[in-house]
Design a protein around this ligand. Sequence first.
Ligand code: HEM
Length: 273
Amino acid sequence: MATIDASFAPNRPARRIDWLGRAATFCYLSIAAGQLLFTAFILAFYYPSSLSGNFAAWNAKPLIKGFVAGDPSGNLFFAVHVMMAAVITFGGLVQLVPAIRNRWPAIHRWNGRLYLLSALMLAIGGLWLTWGRGTWLNLVGALGISLDALLILAFAGLAYRSARARRFAEHRRWALRLFAVASAVWFMRVGYMAWGIATGGAGIGKAMDGPFDIFLAFANSLLPLAVTELYLRAGARGAPTARKGVAALLVAAGIVILAGSAGAWMMMWSPYL
Ligand code: HEM
């Protein structure tokens, strides 16, 4: 589409606004705001208690199990899990900043290794906490988060393999998919809050077994993954209308994420700091 500028200067390429790119930046910034709040909560609530060995302090917050007296290995797994949670949440945000990738590739490589290591530890440790320690409220929720763990393991392997083989376009796609599923537990918290604000909590059961709980048990990974897939497809070979449609979706997602993150900070995290 020719702009007025271009019609006066035919040799200059027409300037088009990259709505998809701008919407993706907005969506990323919304995610970053929410994930920085989650990271701040983990650092302030779990790090002092875990590093000082005062594990009983975890239970100041409502948890399914958290600290269990007489279960040193379960408590240790939990401590490692929550400490790695801050590493993966902050590390994922750093990995996605193009300026860091371009200017300081060594940071991208080392942070990428740390990110993959934390993804493996959280997925395998999380599976053990769920099935080995028996930390679950209902079977659907346990199956949903286990699916997420399997997706994390698969995408981490594929992102690593394509980076090693220097297939960077492919690496970017697997890394974005990994980011989507590795953020699932955060999406779940933000999703509950956004839904609660919009509906007053319709479909949420007492044991997290209502229709919305069952939906979110799987949607926490599959919904961000589907949006990521649409973004990748629209960016690679989308028609202008498809690109605009996905841009609108990303802006809507960003607004929901901002509302959900503010809710999570006010209801789930800051009351325990
Ligand atoms: C990959 C990113 C993950 C992050 C950032 C993360 C973060 C956390 C955090 C912060 C907690 C403490 C509970 C809270 O304060 O809300 C926690 C607990 C837990 N997580 Fe994860 N987690 C991740 C992945 C997983 C996966 C894949 C599973 C299961 C397969 C899992 C299973 C659990 C379990 C069972 C608990 C214990 C809950 C309790 O005792 O109440 N996590 N996780």
